[in-house]
Design a protein around this ligand. Sequence first.
Ligand code: PLP
Length: 400
Amino acid sequence: KSRLASVEQAPPDPILGVSEAFKADTSDLKLNLGVGAYRTEELKPLVLNVVKKAERKMIEKDENKEYLPIEGLASFRKATVELLLGADNDAIKEGRIATVQSLSGTGSLRVGAEFIGKFLPGTTAYLSNPTWGNHRNIFADAGVEWKYYSYFDPETVGLDFEGMVKDIREAPEGSVIVLHGCAHNPTGVDPTKDQWKQMADLCIEKNHLPFFDVAYQGFASGSLDEDAYAPRYFASRGIEIMIAQSYSKNLGLYGERVGALNFVLSDKETATRVLSQLKRIARALYSNPPVHGARIVAEVVGNPDMFEEWKEEMQGMAGRIKTVRQELHDHLKEIHPERDWSFILRQIGMFSFTGLTPKQVENMTNKHHIYMTKDGRISLAGLSSAKAGYLAKAMDDSVR
Ligand code: PLP
């Protein structure tokens, strides 16, 4: 008998488990709207042209495969923080930022959670209700207690701003508040600029530490600057913030695991010490980050021609998602006009939070071969114009 016989089966991942079920389905009708990964109109994965170009350059330069420094590739670290906060940002000029390249959004969040567990013991992290399924595990596994703050109002299919303010005001002084920088996952509902301003006031009042999760910069609106509004605004107010960045979606580098964790701090000396501790954490977790994706980002962001080309390709992706969003809405309105589907158009980013119940989601999958997460979220990035009508019919069937 194994000494590990008492180890229980872990539950399947709520998002990646959907992909596994999708793979096992043999129907021609099947459609995977579970995972948030961009697909072309032909429903194929996309490698951006600028990425291919950057990779060809790397081959030409005959780059080696030596270890990176613990904190990552210097040119990447410079590029990533400038992309996030704007190259002329005061905090950058004043050297008040600690940046480590890490393992995409997830790894950056985890290093941040480890830091909180180690240096702010007893601090609770507040997560939006609902949130991306992995946030809870990331904080819990780092030994950081988490709680929810109100976020989504199913009645209006919009933001419950009053509830959000109330919960964040009632959180103990100095709590960590995890905020989605843009394109909230799974709801697609973001605060307005005025609401961000009130949120910043509240974080100052309560001395909270906002931790932005920026997984969709450029992917929500198509503009890198527009999508970075919230963390830039908070930084401009002199609030100390943490920011996790991911290049999975906006550069399509999913499997390369490229991202960063940034701390914007009040002074340079603190930034230097924080960086030293982030390196200490990273060294024990994974030693140093992968080099390939970091070189791609540094090349694309650092080269003006390629940067422009990237922005065009990103707008292409964001535009295609907006198109299928509109088409899904129009099909639904046509076949089921008595119901209000306008929330689909109000939502931002890769996802639509449909309001389908777990039972209705079961019907979508079992009867229509449409795979999505149980919370009723669909990834519009996995939908084509050709399949929008089919999806609308299945949704209509499921809610009737
Ligand atoms: N944060 C949010 C809100 C996400 O939706 C995702 C990806 O789906 C991530 C972080 C991290 O993804 P990755 O680790 O691939 O960068």
